[in-house]
Design a protein. Structure first.
Lengths: 471, 204
């Protein structure tokens, strides 16, 4: 399948609505992730205090991002690691390729990393003669299928086990074609066996980082499979690729954020593995990477600082907002045609891809506010989407009909007598059209809106009228 | 300007917020019996937990676990493992292996810290405990002393920092390896151990 573009969102979303396999998968998000999160929060106790602490920790870090990054860099270097800075995706890709070439690497195992998707690292490495192998089971499956991830933490959740079995049968041609692949367990064990060989053979490993700690110079990842660790520990070179916004003050702050992350993401009190990575191994140690590199990516993050959208930098990529979003829950991740989907995608993409390219993402919202309610670091996602919508309007990118309509409304709204006359007339007309049932089914030039909705006809008197009477 | 300087200067120029450092977080108070809390939380992560009276009971317990899982009577000990000094004759027929464990082998580890809040084992990498050994085997058997079980992750970080130079890696392990990547349904043993057995040794 070829990946769609953000501009194609309306058509892709429409098509997704009639995808039966996707529907089953999206329903499972509610019964698995959303319910799991709720149970984990109940078990914990005072989640509100924990969320508030998480917000404060991230806000503190973002307001000292420069000095925390400098401290992080100093600490990593003091233990023999190297820190690289990349202004954009291209710089990050070039830095990584250079490290791989200098260490003579060919086969590269990869832990799950959304930043790696953001900079489209795999196609670039392949074009340059490298052999990148995704090792997170979900990422491995979609790499074999040449699909982008459809969810931040569950990249292949949209597939059925039958589809996975088909993919394995087509890809693992060295195995007996008559083997049974009916059970999930069999599929997991087959991936375990195939990938273990890759781990052993890899020259370099690339992972992301969930957090960086400034005081200790640590990069921290969470995984459930242990793939991130085999990626870090077995090859000679380990490269961590992550965004500059991931740094916090120290490992105590990381401890607090971990409590929020795993509960919000999968409903676990803690993930099976949390790994604190501090540097290369010393000469007498039996394992661990000899070379340790950190690539810090900006790619538009710093330009959000000081804007009304800067709170989005607090994000810890748990995907709770996706799991609770009525839009994402109906159309899934692929419809967005972008690395980040759902509410967090709608908040990040205008900055990453441009206000114009991502305009459908910010407009695809009911503003129900569930995303902000479940966000572990209290990002006001609807507010940020409104900010991007305002930017879209201000730069004249909004559709002509919408600009014209809003202009007309603004003209009337500034003239109270005119406004009252028009609203009374419109209300009267709609009431007549609504008839006995009180619902309007169609209006001229508004076919698009009425195609999927009815409009309740205004009942009774206007607010102005009632106000004047009560006084 | 270098990329580094340009990024740092962009951050400095744009910044308007000055958020205060929040007060230290107080995690939920630990239960009165830390060992019981640890064992209970570890079982929730699908680890098997046993309590032993003495370190000398470890060989027999290891043999029992392997037998119970129909695994080969062999246990991998890393070079310089403190367990090499145990009397393994108490577990007849059990062979000791020193090479790196494969995906169906069993390995034994001495774990220096545990976290009661989550039933987590904490393994700082060191000569006698290579980090990859927590991920290579099919079964990890982890031994921990009751005195090393601390309430929270924060307590463990404080202890590791006190002990001097930081290791290259600290691995926090809570239960066996797992994945929910196929139909969001939990399966154990994705890449790391398919099973984790914890032997808690009580202080004499």
């Amino acid at each position: 399948m070829t990946a769609s573009t953000p501009q194609e969102f309306p058509a892709e979303a429409h098509a997704a609505l009639s995808d039966e396999t996707l529907k089953v998968a999206l329903r499972r998000l509610k019964t698995h992730f959303a319910l799991g999160r709720q149970l984990a929060f109940t078990r914990y106790g005072d989640m509100e205090a924990l969320r508030e602490q998480g917000r404060a920790i991230r806000d503190y870090a973002l307001s000292r991002l420069d000095s925390l990054l400098e401290s992080f860099e100093r600490q990593v270097k003091s233990r023999g690691g190297q820190v690289h800075w990349a202004r954009d995706a291209k710089e990050a890709r070039d830095i990584i390729l250079k490290i791989l070439r200098e260490t003579g690497a060919k086969t590269v195992t990869k832990g799950k990393s959304m930043v790696s998707e953001e900079i489209a690292l795999n196609p670039f490495l392949e074009a340059n003669g490298m052999h990148p192998v995704e090792t997170d089971l979900g990422e491995y499956i979609i790499q074999l299928r040449k699909e982008p991830p459809s969810h931040i933490i569950a990249p292949a959740f949209h597939l059925s086990k039958e589809q996975v079995a088909e993919t394995f049968r087509e890809s693992h041609t060295e195995l007996d074609p008559r083997r049974s692949l009916e059970e999930r367990t069999t599929l997991v064990l087959e991936a375990r066996r195939m990938l273990r060989a890759q781990f052993e053979a890899a020259d370099a490993g690339i992972t992301g980082a969930n957090f960086l700690s400034a005081e200790e110079g640590a990069a921290v990842i969470v995984t459930n499979e242990g793939n991130g660790d085999l990626t870090r520990l077995l090859p000679k070179t380990h490269i961590v690729l992550t965004g500059i916004e991931k740094v916090v003050a120290d490992l105590d702050d990381v401890s607090v954020l971990l409590r929020l992350l795993t509960r919000s993401a999968t409903g676990q009190d803690i993930s099976s593995y949390v790994t604190v990575m501090l540097g290369p191994r010393n000469a007498k140690e039996a394992d661990g990477p000899e070379n340790f590199h950190i690539v810090l990516l900006d790619n538009g993050r710093s330009r959000l600082i000081g804007t009304e959208a800067e709170d989005v930098l607090r994000c810890i990529r748990c995907a709770a907002c996706l799991n609770h979003c009525p839009i994402y829950g109906a159309v899934g991740g692929h419809s967005y045609g972008a690395t980040y989907s759902g509410p967090i995608g709608a908040a990040l993409n205008p900055n990453l891809l441009g206000v114009s390219a991502a305009r459908h993402h910010t407009n695809a919202s009911t503003f129900c506010g569930r995303c902000a309610e479940v966000c572990p670091v209290k990002i006001p996602l609807p507010k940020i989407m409104r900010y991007w919508r305002a930017r879209e309007y201000a730069s004249g990118l909004a559709p002509k009909a919408m600009t014209f309509g809003l202009g007309l409304w603004a003209f009337a709204a500034k003239r109270p007598a005119l406004y009252r006359f028009f609203s009374a007339t419109v209300a009267w007309t709609l009431r007549k059209l609504g008839g006995k049932k009180g619902h309007v089914h169609a209006l001229p030039i508004m076919n698009g809106w009425f195609a999927v909705r009815d409009f309740p006809a205004p009942q009774g008197k206007s607010f102005h009228h009632l106000w004047a009477h009560r006084k | 300007m270098s990329a580094r300087d340009e990024i740092l200067s962009a951050i400095r120029t744009r910044r308007v917020k000055n958020a205060p450092r929040p007060a230290r977080y107080a995690p939920p108070p630990p239960e009165s019996d830390l060992v019981k809390q640890f064992a209970d939380r570890a079982r929730r992560t699908a680890a098997e937990v046993q309590i032993l009276n003495d370190l000398s009971d470890v060989p027999a317990a290891v043999a029992d676990i392997l037998r119970g899982k129909n695994m080969e009577a062999a246990i991998h000990l890393p070079p310089h493992s403190p367990f090499a000094a145990l009397d393994w004759k108490t577990a007849p027929g059990l062979s000791l292996e020193s090479k790196s464990p494969g995906p169906d082998d069993a390995a034994l580890a001495l774990v220096p810290f545990g976290i009661a809040e989550t039933g987590t084992l904490v393994n700082p990498a060191r000569d006698s405990a290579p980090a990859s050994w927590h991920f290579r085997p099919g079964l990890e058997i982890a031994v921990i002393h009751t005195r090393d079980i601390l309430p929270h992750m924060e307590n463990v970080f404080a202890r590791i920092k006190q002990s001097g130079a930081l290791p290259h890696t600290i691995n926090f392990v809570s239960g066996p390896s797992r994945t929910g990547d196929i139909e969001q349904t939990l399966e154990l043993g994705a890449h790391g151990p398919k099973a984790l057995a914890i032997l808690i040794v009580e202080e004499a």
